[in-house]
Design a protein around this ligand. Structure first.
Ligand SMILES: [Zn+2]
Length: 400
């Protein structure tokens, strides 16, 4: 088993973009890379074989969800996630910190850790930096993340500083605890600091100087306007060590991927491509389309001309439209495969452009053609999700 390593294959002379190679015990990852999200140890509706065919080289799984159900000890009895879910490539597990943060009033933070009540049955749990290392060792992913604190947007300077400093202390505890577990797992550090450039820079230097083989940028894409997220990365990237891979946590729409690479990020994970696919939103060179729209009712060509995904090679847009309108099971699979292949093809196209020294032109061309969902549509969608989430939380509270 090769240990974890990262090498830079090429750097863009005009931007912070770079192409690299990550080695893990379960395989090699060429960066920049999009990582499909498999919250419950499955990328929804897509088999591991289909993920491979779409070009996935690493997937993400959620520690919080898996520790509650089916339980990390059960997964350990199978030798870890790889055997349990039949995916033999690299896996990254997050720390559960973000999900616990999302629980709102269901959790309580202290210096020791995050006490919370399960969203499933109300049972009480305590996540500490040490406990998270134990759980992630049982899950057995190749890359693991330490417990961190993600603050809400917006938040006060005092709250941002307090959360960042505690995240730093927890990072030290995680490094110490990890020594008791699997040496082949690579523990990344997480940079926090909310939306304050100076705090972010301080965090990037602090975490960057610790013996983590890679770094994740956490606490972004939590409801802020995108311009603020990019401003923060402009402050953070110059402070990060050059020779470690950089993971932008929870970000991964097509346009965010290209801009994130431009700002020096190497790894991206996001549930958005599969989530919007399930609702009819499919990616094309010109932007996101809605396959349920009447204009695809009789379209005999594929979703996108030239797309090499399984769906576009075998099915007309008309048929996919029909499946989506009738909410057939097969639609979720075909739509998800198209969007995953889109993101993974975009990853390799971006990498090829960096290697060829043409990334700036690629970026300009991509952004000129790709019409992103407007900020207003995004804000409206987010409000709907937040309202649904609030209802769900209130239901949880009643059940306890
Ligand atoms: Zn396709």
């Amino acid at each position: 088993m090769p240990p974890f390593s990262f090498t830079i294959d090429a750097e863009c002379p005009e931007t912070w973009a770079r192409a690299g190679t990550i080695s893990t015990p379960h395989g090699t990852i060429r960066t920049p890379i999009f990582m499909p999200v498999g919250t419950q140890a499955t990328v929804k509706s897509v088999s591991p074989e289909e993920l491979r065919e779409a070009g996935a080289t690493i997937i993400l799984a959620n520690t919080y969800h898996l520790m509650l159900r089916p339980g990390s000890q059960l997964i350990a009895e199978f030798g870890g996630l790889h055997d349990f879910m039949h995916w033999d490539g690299p896996i990254l597990t997050d720390s559960g910190g973000f999900q616990v943060f999302s629980l709102g009033h269901l959790r309580k933070l202290s210096e020791e850790g995050a006490a919370f009540k399960s969203h499933l049955d109300g049972s009480a749990h305590l996540l500490t930096p040490e406990k998270v290392m134990q759980v992630e060792a049982e899950l057995g992913a190749d890359i693991i993340l330490p417990l961190d604190i993600c603050v809400a947007y917006p938040c006060s300077h005092e709250a941002a500083r307090e959360a960042m400093e505690r995240t730093h202390r927890w990072a030290e505890r995680a490094l110490l605890a990890k020594q008791h577990y699997r040496p082949e797992q690579a523990l990344f550090g997480i940079v926090q600091g909310a939306f304050e450039g100076e705090l972010r820079q301080e965090s990037a230097r602090y975490i960057g100087n610790m013996p983590f083989p890679g770094l994740s940028i956490g606490g972004l894409s939590v409801g802020e306007p995108k311009a603020e997220m990019w401003d923060i990365l402009c402050s953070v990237t110059p402070e990060l060590p050059v020779n470690k891979p950089r993971h932008l946590l929870g970000v991964g729409s097509p346009e965010d991927f290209v801009i994130g690479v431009n700002l020096g990020m190497d790894m991206f994970d996001c549930a958005l491509p599969t989530r919007v696919a399930r609702h009819g939103g499919l990616f094309t060179r010109a932007g996101r389309i809605n396959i349920k729209s009447a204009r695809y009712r009789a379209e005999q060509g594929p979703i996108e001309e030239g797309c090499d995904c399984y769906t576009c090679r075998n099915y007309s847009a008309s048929y996919v439209h029909h499946l989506a309108r009738t909410e057939e099971q097969l639609y979720y699979r075909l739509g998800s495969i198209h969007n995953l292949r889109y993101m993974l093809r975009l990853s390799s196209d971006v990498r090829a452009a960096i290697l060829a020294g043409t990334f700036s032109a690629f970026r300009d061309n991509f952004l000129a053609n790709y019409i992103p969902t407007s900020e207003k549509v995004r804000t409206d969608q987010r409000k709907k999700w937040q309202a649904a989430h609030k209802k769900w939380q209130e239901g949880q509270q009643r059940d306890m």
